[in-house]
Design a binder for this molecule. Sequence first.
Ligand code: ZN
Length: 502
Amino acid sequence: MGEQAYQRLMDRVRDTAVVQSIGWLLSWDQETNMPAAGASHRGRQLALVAGLVHERLTASVTKDLLAEVEAAPWLQDAPPHARANVAETRRVHERLTRVPRTLVEEVARTVPVAQHAWASARRASDFALFRPHLEKMVALKRDEARAIAGSGGDPYDALMDEFEPGARIAEVAPFLDALVDGLAPAVLAISKQGNPPLPWEGRRFPVERQRVVCGALPAAIGLSPQGSRLDVSAHPFCQRIGVGDLRITTRYDEADPRGAYFGVLHEAGHALYEQGLDPAHDGTPCGEARSLAVHESQSRLWENLVGRGRPWWRHHYPTLRAVFPEALHDVELEAFYRAINRVAPSFIRVEADEVTYNLHIAVRVRLERAIITGALAVADLPGAWNDEYRRALGLTPPDDARGCLQDVHWSCGAFGYFATYALGNVYGAQLMEAARAALPSLDDEIASGSTASLLAWLVSKVHRRGASARGARIVEDATGYAPDAAAFLRYIKQKYGPLYGF
Ligand code: ZN
């Protein structure tokens, strides 16, 4: 009996995943191809999809099937993946049931319009253009947070839980503090020392050649060319549509190839995670990516721990130099390595180096938490943002485009998302340390152009676990200890200590 109910429940979950994937395709199109005037209609399409997903997962038939499976003796002896699928379906069902469908649809409808307003406001560097849209979005997300958290829960936790199930601000805040405090000596030493100009300053990297170099990167680290594609968008991202259909994007800058190159490695790292999920469990929680922090651990690992490392460039630099002789003919490997690993406090998060990146995150987590709890009014955000940047990075943003308007997240209603970037940085460093211990010749392999054994290790330790456990648990099982900011701080000290003398 229980097994039949389980199969019917999973059929429903799988079909819902297909409906959801239609929304993903719409979102990908919105970022890559859609004309700007299509935002309002796209909002209606996405609202319908979000409403259908919500309706299917909260319907009484889902509720009854869940109850039947959970009560069946069959479940006690069922395979672990079945038990994990039931537990995860229950978690999602409970969460969604607390939010009325009308609110889900209202948020989905608001996103493309708010995002459009945000993009215009950023172009004009005028927060006033975005403010009413952000106020509306904050009001909606507060309603959502209160509905999920109930009377006793923390509304901010309720929002974080969407991106990192199980994350609690009471644990995340001290984690971020440990990270920021631990990085302080490095940031201080580096700020005092400063940086020489980029060795390719004023030279050109023709975009058509960057396209060729970047186009080869995903396959070089193991992404299937038949199962993925690379496009251009204003904000690089990775979107899984389904098995065999992974979409990544990047953007090119003729004066500096770093953004496109490391952006592609980053997004391809996300795509490798999706590619590594077990297709046997497709459409069910065990065949889904766990969370955004685990996702970011994979992207940052490929972008930074592999892609900005010496072994990688021992293999790849001669090729890059041959492709861009005008820009790099007199730039030796060591000078290039230092240039791609230069550290300097800056205004823009997405351009931040590995050392200061988490400081940008800590600022955002503090501010968005204050916005959700009501301690900070949306109208006061620009001033509060600039105060935080002065304190955290010693910089005052010259305008809102380089201040509180730089990130797309809040316009999409993604409050509670930012902490996953910092968690992901730590998870990534911790996983790489464990991979190096498990694979003693890893650096030699990377230096000879192969990352196959690293990918195989990640697939078995992280990707194949799907959403069968919490993100922190997956990291703990893979590395032998619970996520710890010290792993990231060790990495920073080892890599940047010799470069900057601390
Ligand atoms: Zn990412």
